[in-house]
Ligand binder design. Structure first.
Ligand code: MN
Ligand code: MN
Length: 402
């Protein structure tokens, strides 16, 4: 399965049948979402005002405004119209409602950047990532030949209850928000936020799946395993050390991909080695190719656990392609390598949760970085949909209610 990041042939045939109107077996067997995506879609066509006896009717007729005006659902409207939710999906913040709808994937925001060491701005990341899209409605992944929102129930679960300048409180409310989403059975995809949010977010997912039950694959230019940032234990340079120290994930199942540049110092790598962490430098990707390296990372993270939490610091991508980030480091992945890696990981393992962090819109140009982060989420959702099409479960039913 590791090499099968392309589209299986049968989905192509299913699509061809659909376009010719021939109801093939794959089309008939296609599962539908458990709950309608958008009740607004049932609105009738707006009745035209053609009553010439009224001033409004005469005005409409006189201006040619009396024809029928088709109304589009909130889901199908362009993303620049209406409220800003991820892909115009329903905004569902109530955990009971997430359960009732049997949501498969819930996107949520952690608009928090109180723990950055350099350029701030990642608090604006979730909103920018939600907005950075020009398609809407029932989208079609060309790379995977799947229509994710036809196969999965996906919602926007809203944001953690963040206020500024309250670092500990921020991490607490992110932990609670991710935990209640994960406890509903939905796979959380968390939009950061600086990378410190991975400490509460991955801890919440590990708690729901039981401690040490997950491996973590962490894409980043930086290891984020420092003991402290200028005395701050919960900075964005430290979350991975906190996760290993607390036992949320075993060191040997913590795998990093894409490290490069000039940080952290040698003693931090000594600590990582002592804990059994494994890491793959950018140099190794240049020499062996991303797909072979990611395949090793998957095997290492799953050496024991049965599910993976995927953490993507957007600065793993070269700043020429993803400039809007707090600590840019030249010499990174191509955007297409990151998207392919996400398809590879999500397509071949059980995904426990995911975060996409360190998008700082004030440093972005032409929404390049926000668009990449948006597609990173979509790529994971599409890969999950492909698994659903093949008959696999996507939701996770927690063994114990929190
Ligand atoms: Mn990071
Ligand atoms: Mn980084």
């Amino acid at each position: 399965m590791l090499g099968s990041v392309g589209a299986p042939r049968w989905t192509t045939n299913a699509n061809r049948r659909r376009h010719t109107g021939e109801p093939g077996p794959a089309h008939r067997a296609r599962p539908r979402p458990a709950v309608e995506v958008d009740p607004v879609a049932k609105r009738p066509v707006e009745p035209s005002d053609t009553d010439a006896r009224t001033p409004a009717g005469r005005f409409a007729i006189g201006n040619g405004w009396d024809g029928p005006a088709e109304l589009f659902s909130d889901f199908d409207l362009p993303t620049y119209v209406g409220p800003t939710t991820f892909m115009n999906l329903p905004w569902i913040t109530d955990p009971a409602e997430l359960r009732r709808r049997e949501v498969d994937v819930a996107v949520l925001g952690a608009p928090f950047d109180d723990a950055v060491s350099h350029r701030p701005g990642a608090r604006f990341g979730p909103r920018a990532i939600r907005e950075a899209q020009y398609t809407s409605g029932s989208i079609h992944s060309l790379q995977l030949q799947v229509e994710p929102f036809e196969l999965l129930t996906v919602v926007d679960a809203g944001d953690a209850n963040i206020v500024p300048a309250r670092l500990e409180r921020g991490h607490a409310v992110i932990y609670r928000k991710v935990r209640e989403v994960a406890a509903s059975g939905a796979i959380p995809i968390v939009l950061g936020g600086d990378h410190s949010i991975t400490w509460p977010s991955a801890t919440a997912v590990a708690d729901i799946r039981e401690p040490a039950s997950i491996g973590i694959v962490h894409f980043d230019a930086h290891a984020d395993t420092a003991a402290e940032d200028w005395g701050q234990l919960a900075g964005h340079g430290t979350p991975m050390r906190r996760l290993v120290e607390s036992g949320a994930v075993a060191g040997r199942n913590f795998v990093q991909v894409g490290l490069r540049g000039y940080w952290p110092p040698v003693e931090v790598f000594d600590w990582m080695q002592a804990q059994g962490l494994r890491w793959h430098l950018m140099r190794e990707i240049e020499e062996r190719g991303a797909e072979a390296v990611v395949a090793d990372a998957i095997a290492e993270a799953l050496d024991g656990p049965d599910a993976i939490y995927l953490s993507i610091d957007i600065d793993v991508v070269d700043p020429g392609l993803a400039p809007g980030t707090g600590t840019p480091e030249p010499g990174g992945l191509l955007s297409r390598e990151l998207l392919r890696a996400i398809r590879q990981v999500v397509g071949s393992v059980e995904l426990a949760g995911m975060d996409i962090v360190e998008v700082s819109p004030p440093y972005d140009h032409a929404e390049t970085t926000a668009m990449l982060a948006n597609r990173a989420a979509l790529e994971a959702i599409s890969a999950l949909a492909l698994k659903r099409a093949a008959g696999h479960l996507v939701r996770f039913e927690p063994r114990v209610e929190p």
